[in-house]
Design a protein around this ligand. Structure first.
Ligand SMILES: [Fe+2]
Ligand SMILES: [Fe+2]
Length: 471
């Protein structure tokens, strides 16, 4: 059952028609989603046709169909990866047992919470990005923004399907609440801090899709391991869509790095801000900011909740099978960093209690790949400088370092030293204002704003100057 039924009101590959109650409940939620999209989704461009991909199949190859479509006509639906009838629980106390097709009563609250927290981030990012269309650096980028937005909308559908389908009345209430909380709303904020921050400019957008969407990739990867099989299959397909979001971030930042290098050469100076570019040290400060707030999303490295989720088989580690251990983690230890007497040292704890840290370490390695790619761009342009990830303790609001100031190179520093250097380490107001001033729309096919290099190729073999959005 990989083909998607597009003849029903809600496209799906879960045979929704056979469950009238569920179908009706979701059809009831559908117009509320549409209202949310028109009020809180992308501002403007709602009547323009956008070159978007839609899922037509969930198999490995050729799952996507590309066509011009007005965003409100996008066919949001419910797509789960194919079931594996042999699938067994891969970790925790019940490792080796059959996976669950229904939610066990004892784990109902925890599973619902995990789904709600994940689901809440999906519409949040659409809200955070809603004004960006007005300042797109190219039609190509505008299309990518909207692709990410419609897919985050679909990810909301994915989580709402689970809530409606498996959690009864509580699930339906939670699904409604997804459309009532809003990013940055003082009375009804989104659940996680990073999803209430603004995404005020395109540099922030590229950093967000690189660093914050990548947290999403790791969370979805951890939930893909879940013993609750419908959640696992849902997340598996979301991860396929997520790959494009990672690409938008990695290539977006890379194109800014490239343009920065070009301008530095052309004007023979590091200070290219006055020539309409983004200085390298500004890029470094944006990396410092977005990386540190995204690392916070992994939660405290030491976590009893995470240990319980792991023991119960609810949430594992990204690509759990690749870890070279017993996947139970009840009699092994691990170390993590803490601050003692103003110095960073290690402490030992049970591995299970540190499972958040393992997930986060995988994330940090994944982030580092992009840095290497961006540094290659600099090296090839003969720029003698490198970008780097800050230390895991830098600018943290959650976990071991939350009550300490740590420099990007990993020294515990005093309040005074922090205050004296904050403007070196994190974006300043002036700098943000400069980035804001660069945000002038460039919507002629094939043209790029002056602060970013063109992409090396277009989308789905189309040329870069294709009419990705019909204005
Ligand atoms: Fe998502
Ligand atoms: Fe995403």
């Amino acid at each position: 059952m990989t083909a998607i039924d597009y003849s029903s009101r809600i496209p799906n590959n879960v045979d929704l028609a056979s469950d009238r109650r569920l179908q009706r409940a979701l059809e009831n939620w559908q117009p509320r989603f549409a209202d949310w999209w028109s009020e809180m989704g992308p501002a403007g461009f709602q009547t323009n046709e956008v070159y978007l991909r839609t899922a037509v199949d969930v198999g490995q190859e050729g799952w996507a169909h590309f066509d011009h479509v007005a965003m409100p006509d996008y066919r949001w639906g419910i797509f789960l990866s194919e079931a594996d009838p042999e699938r067994r629980i891969g970790f925790g106390e019940m490792k080796g047992q059959e996976v669950w097709q229904e939610v066990p009563g004892e784990f109902r609250t925890d599973l619902r919470r995990l789904i709600v927290v994940q689901g809440d981030t999906e519409p949040a990012s659409v809200e955070q990005q809603r004004l960006l269309g007005k300042t797109a650096p190219s039609l190509y980028d505008l299309r990518n923004l909207f692709q990410v937005n419609v897919e985050e909308g679909r990810h909301l559908w994915a989580m709402v399907y689970l809530l409606h389908g498996y959690f009864g009345r509580d699930g339906r209430d939670e699904a409604d609440a997804m459309l009532e909380r809003h990013a940055g709303d003082p009375d009804h904020p989104r659940i996680l801090g990073a999803f209430n921050e603004e995404t005020p400019d395109w540099l922030s957008f590229f950093m967000f899709t690189y660093f914050t969407d990548r947290d999403g990739k790791y969370q979805l990867g951890a939930l893909r391991e879940s013993a609750f099989d419908p959640l696992s299959r849902t997340c598996d397909f979301m991860l396929k869509e997520e790959a494009h979001h990672m690409f938008v971030g990695a290539s977006g930042v890379g194109r800014v790095v490239q343009r920065t290098a070009e301008l530095m050469k052309e004007h023979n100076t590091d200070d290219i801000a006055r020539f309409g570019g983004v200085n390298l040290d500004t890029l470094q400060r944006y990396i410092n900011f977005h990386y540190s707030v995204s690392v916070d999303l992994f939660g405290s490295e030491r976590s009893t909740n995470a240990a319980n989720y792991y023991a119960a088989g609810l949430k594992g580690r990204f690509n759990e099978a690749d870890y070279d251990d017993d996947h139970v983690l009840d009699d092994t230890d691990d170390t993590y960093l803490v601050v003692h007497d103003g110095k960073i040292t290690t402490e030992t704890l049970s591995s299970r209690t540190l499972v958040n840290q393992q997930l986060r370490d995988g994330y940090a390695e994944d982030c580092a790949k992009g840095l290497r790619r961006w540094n290659r761009i600099l090296a090839e342009a003969d720029v003698d400088a490198e970008l780097s990830l800050p230390h895991q303790g830098f600018h943290r609001a959650v976990g071991s370092f939350a009550d300490h100031h740590v420099s990007p190179d990993g020294r515990v520093v005093s309040d005074d030293e922090w205050a004296a250097n904050e403007g070196e380490w994190l974006p300043t107001d002036d700098e943000r204002a400069h980035i804001g001033s660069l945000m002038k729309p460039q919507l002629e096919p094939g043209k790029m704003a002056g602060w970013i290099a063109p992409p090396s190729r277009g989308i789905n073999t189309q040329p870069v100057d294709y009419d990705y959005v019909r204005l």
